[in-house]
Design a protein around this ligand. Structure first.
Ligand code: AMP
Length: 187
């Protein structure tokens, strides 16, 4: 799933994973767990998360490769928050190809920028995430536009991109994504 911060990709990814009985691999959640557990990886990643900057590609890739390979063997996965740069997408493809792991679809959740902060501030109140302040949010949105948005073209050119209107209720968006995936017969 590819979406700007606050678009609801974590919520949708968790529901989709449950619905299809596959793994939900959320790079941000995994990084926050590493930070909370005080591991070496967490100590390296913490400052990036606090600032809303992207953690270096190598750190994220090392964290994910084994998990994705294992999930692929077990029946499939939804990647939530990865890849976030063209370099990550390219590296992931190079690691996945020899292991016979491929993406069936890339879901882009589209939500207008003015709606994103409204959603994000609600989450900030509910979850108290350190990177949900308005200043960090704006920085994350700028990083999304600069570094992550180019992935939309990248996957569109490869015939994988499916755009979904994310500016509706959680249930409506979910039903739409399930419909898109069923039409592709990936489920
Ligand atoms: P998220 O929970 O997806 O909003 O991610 C929270 C934060 O984790 C991001 O702002 C980044 O600091 C970091 N992060 C998550 N996924 C990645 C990734 N694929 N590459 C680099 N940094 C990431």
């Amino acid at each position: 799933m590819v979406a700007p911060p606050g678009a609801g990709k974590g919520t949708q990814a968790a529901r989709l994973a449950e619905h299809f009985g596959i793994a939900h691999i959320a790079s941000g959640d995994l990084l926050r767990s590493e930070v909370a557990a005080g591991t070496a990886l967490g100590r390296e990643a913490a400052a990036y998360l606090d600032r809303g900057d992207l953690v270096p590609d190598r750190v994220v890739l090392d964290m994910l490769v084994g998990r994705v390979a294992q999930a692929a063997d077990a029946g499939g996965f939804i990647l939530d928050g990865f890849p976030r740069t063209l370099a990550q997408a390219q590296a992931a493809y190079e690691l996945a190809q020899p292991r016979d792991i491929a993406l069936d679809a890339v879901i882009a959740l589209e939500v207008p920028p003015e709606e994103l902060w409204a959603r994000m501030s609600a989450r900030a109140a509910a979850e108290g995430r350190a990177d949900d302040t308005q200043a960090v949010f704006e920085h994350r949105l700028a990083i999304y536009d600069e570094q992550t948005k180019p992935l939309l073209n990248f996957y569109d050119e490869r015939g994988l991109l499916q755009k979904v209107d994310g500016a509706r209720s959680v249930d409506e968006v979910f039903a739409d994504i399930v419909g898109v995936l069923e039409d592709l017969s990936v489920s």
